[in-house]
Design a protein around this ligand. Sequence first.
Ligand code: NAP
Length: 485
Amino acid sequence: MHEARVVEKVDKSLFIDGKWVEATGGRTFDVLDPATGATLCAVADASPDDGRAALDAAVAAQPGFAALPPRARADILTGAFELLHQRIDELALLMTLEMGKPLAEARGEVVYAAEFFRHFAAEAVRIDGGYQTAPAGGSRFLVTRQPVGPCLLITPWNFPMAMGTRKLGPAIAAGCASVVKPAPQTPLTMLALMDVLTEAGLPGGAVNCITTTDAGAVIEPLIRSGFVRKLSFTGSTAVGRTLLEQCAQKIVRTSLELGGNAPFLVFEDADLDEAVEGAIAAKMRNMGEACTAANRIFVHASVIDEFGRRLAARMAAMKVGPGTQDGVTVGPLIDAAARRKVEELVADAVTRGATVLTGGSTPGGAGYFYPPTVLTGVPRDAQMCDQEIFGPVAPLTPFATEQEVLAAANDTEYGLVAYVFTNDLRRALRVAEALETGMVGLNQGVVSNPAAPFGGVKASGLGREGGSVGIDEFLETKYVGIKMN
Ligand code: NAP
């Protein structure tokens, strides 16, 4: 489908109580194409009153939605899964236009996002309970599980669809009505998803979507209202901290998927080709704009030169350009500020002694492009070792011993994911156990899978999304004590 037609087709209003409505005062904001900097369209800019209307709709829908048979909720998710596959071409193009990732990656994200719906369709009909005799006899314990209640779901711009379905899938499966707020850079994909869910049979009010440029002012009153029973947030650690503080006032249950600073460890016994491919996947997926992106690449000193040569050759061969163009594997960064941050981090590392093996300079022209870059000899006090680069920059640092690299890998407040490349089984298991992260990729550069529990420790978050535990985050356990004669 043509680009303009794909954008035109999306309803740009707020989605409240199953209806498309304008924001108060007809306010809108522009959505930009990061490949050109041009405006794609304008979408509704919700006010705090609009946010409250969306929450009211979710609260009103909650009892009816919770009462829907699990099979009916599963069927909605299955229907949405099928529609996402039917519309993959237009949805991928829409995502590429507002976010920048190459079309092939956008298609991959639609498939990944749909998989959360398929996974949680199966979970919806397997919500369990229990019946047990009390240890002293005389009474019984009946244990049942109920939806936690109205949820607030807040998502970032880097995976505009998958970060939504990773929350909406379990919320719908559990019978929780919700208000979802996408990032202002990428609202169109989420708005298109509202149409998909409606067509799949979702009742009005069960999911409401608000787009806004004033997230703080719109969201805080909702959390403080006492009607939100659950917050599920994916985004930066700084914003996650603020929201956790707000949630503390009303003891709102929270799931937080926050920032990362993933270490990528290549031992001397690793298969170097496999390690290079793993590094490309862990670094270059989404142009490096992923919480799981390899942020510090530690390579044993005996193989770092060879690893650096091979990685630089692979990265230099990647085609940079608008994600809509054939053969492009590296799209633009999300905006000018994101690119400036990458430039500054690279300049800092070079000033501190790092060597550029490839890339490292910003091209002229429109769009927020930055070339695939490999730096070697990056000292551990470089700013990029402490902060998410969120760009296509691979910093290599040598190490000598397992003990030394483990200490360096864990020397961060983050703990989302780590990657380990080695052919020594004992070392692999020893290192995986010692890494302070919620996830480890062993000889593989991508760990995300809807059927696996995704999440971090330390400042990378609370709770897990996906896997068999993902639905637990949206359920309360209720125990009924029964006296028997
Ligand atoms: P962000 O700035 O924290 O924003 C995330 C979302 O929160 C956006 O929708 C944003 O809207 C909203 N927000 C910001 N301030 C808010 C407030 N005071 N109250 C309510 N909502 C607020 O993060 P981002 O730049 O979009 O995304 C990148 C970050 O997400 C990175 O740190 C990345 O590691 C992390 N991430 C983590 C995971 C994971 O699973 N662990 C996955 C993907 C991304 P506004 O932009 O309008 O403020």
